[in-house]
Write a protein that binds this ligand. Structure first.
Ligand code: NAI
Length: 344
């Protein structure tokens, strides 16, 4: 392969996250060119083309798939579109990156697995970017090196800032997100599987809406928790909320037989401490774009490398399916109040 070859990407979805991916693809990813953008909102397409110098713009995804200059499709549309758009992109011969979650139902996620298997020469990668965050990746290397013995329990907090509530409600009302467990806790489910090296077997999930009753109309919860039994008697405790008063708080603890690791115990914005009449003030990270800024770049660098080096991504379609199965089991448990056996 020509070492200078650039991978030409077409991106669909220019919303909260898609617009940031577009900027990264245009300016921050080596050997990558953002050749086309697509959104159903024409004004987003026009703005991205103008501001990021993107030659092609579309309001119709299928039209973008006919662009023969493209090598890869990058999907950042609402979750309910992922599976169909992945299948269409594979059928049209492209490498595919899709944002999480893989799908909102197990059936559609399994169809994607078939599409991936039918096209073994096309790269598929799912946006579990936390695996590319430097702290999470370091923790994984420590675990693999035996630093805490055998990991047996993972405890995760995934708390979205209450300040982002108006933007979130707009997002959730315009397109079904899958609910708290499939939309938010899915990152933690992936991390727990990754760190524990085990799959979920049984879940009990609960939730409630105390500050924003609108969540009940969306059949969702503002705050929820899940207790998960993994294989080999390993355990997971997950707390997810949309209503975190102090900001964006993503915290993970992995307890092992000989020690434990904690990531993000204090979700500090940076290393600055302000001391004034209020006392000692340390600001909190404001949201996912700030906390995972570099992870969103590093995961895409890896996607482009996989294409150029003709190899598979570490984050596979199976990871997408397993986390969707677990997320769906939590949703079912929350909705029915029952203990749910996770489909294997
Ligand atoms: P958003 O609602 O802000 O943006 C969606 C975008 O897709 C908009 O540009 C909209 O016009 C466009 N769109 C909608 N339907 C379309 C269609 N049929 N064809 C083409 N374009 C269409 O959503 P947001 O927050 O950017 O989320 C997008 C995806 O990214 C979701 O699946 C979400 O779960 C995921 N996400 C992942 C995060 C992560 O940490 N990895 C963080 C935030 C979102």
């Amino acid at each position: 392969m020509n070492d200078n070859r650039r991978i030409s990407v077409g991106l669909v979805g220019l919303g909260r996250l898609g617009r940031q991916h577009a900027e990264n693809l245009a300016f921050r990813i080596p050997h990558c060119t953002l050749t086309a953008v697509c959104s159903v909102k024409e004004e987003e397409v026009v703005a991205a083309q103008r501001e990021l110098s993107v030659p092609y713009g579309y309001t119709d995804y299928e039209e973008m798939l006919q662009n023969t200059e493209l090598d890869a499709i990058f999907i950042a549309s609402p979750s309910g579109f992922h599976c169909k758009q992945i299948e269409q992109a594979f059928a049209a011969g492209f490498h595919v990156f899709s944002e999480k979650p893989l799908g909102l139902s197990i059936e559609e996620a399994l169809r994607v697995r078939e599409a991936v298997q039918r096209h073994p020469d096309q790269v598929f990668m799912l946006g579990f970017m936390r695996r590319y965050d430097r702290s999470y990746a370091y923790a994984k290397r420590q675990i693999d090196a035996g630093a805490i013995g055998e990991p047996v329990l993972v405890r995760c907090y995934g708390l979205d800032p209450a300040q982002a509530m108006p933007t979130f409600l707009k997002f959730a009302k315009s397109n079904y997100s899958g609910g708290l467990f499939l939309d938010m806790a899915i990152h933690d489910f992936d991390l727990a599987r990754w760190y524990l090296g085990a799959e979920a077997e049984t879940v009990w999930a609960i939730g409630g809406s105390h500050r924003y009753p609108e969540f009940e109309q969306l059949q969702d919860a503002e705050t929820g928790a899940a207790l998960v039994q993994f294989g080999s008697k390993k355990m997971g405790i997950f707390v997810a909320s949309r209503n975190c008063a102090h900001g964006y708080h993503i915290e993970t603890e992995i307890i092992g037989t000989h020690g434990s690791l904690r990531i993000g115990t204090n979700p500090d914005k940076n290393q600055v401490v302000l001391m004034d009449e209020r006392g000692i003030v340390q600001e909190c990270t404001s949201g996912f774009l700030e906390r995972f800024e570099f992870a969103y770049v590093d995961e895409v660098i890896e996607f482009i490398r996989c294409i150029r080096e003709a190899r598979k991504s570490e984050v596979t379609v199976a990871d997408g399916i397993q986390s969707t199965i677990l997320g769906y089991a939590c949703k079912l448990s929350f909705e029915t109040g029952q203990l749910v056996a996770v489909q294997s």
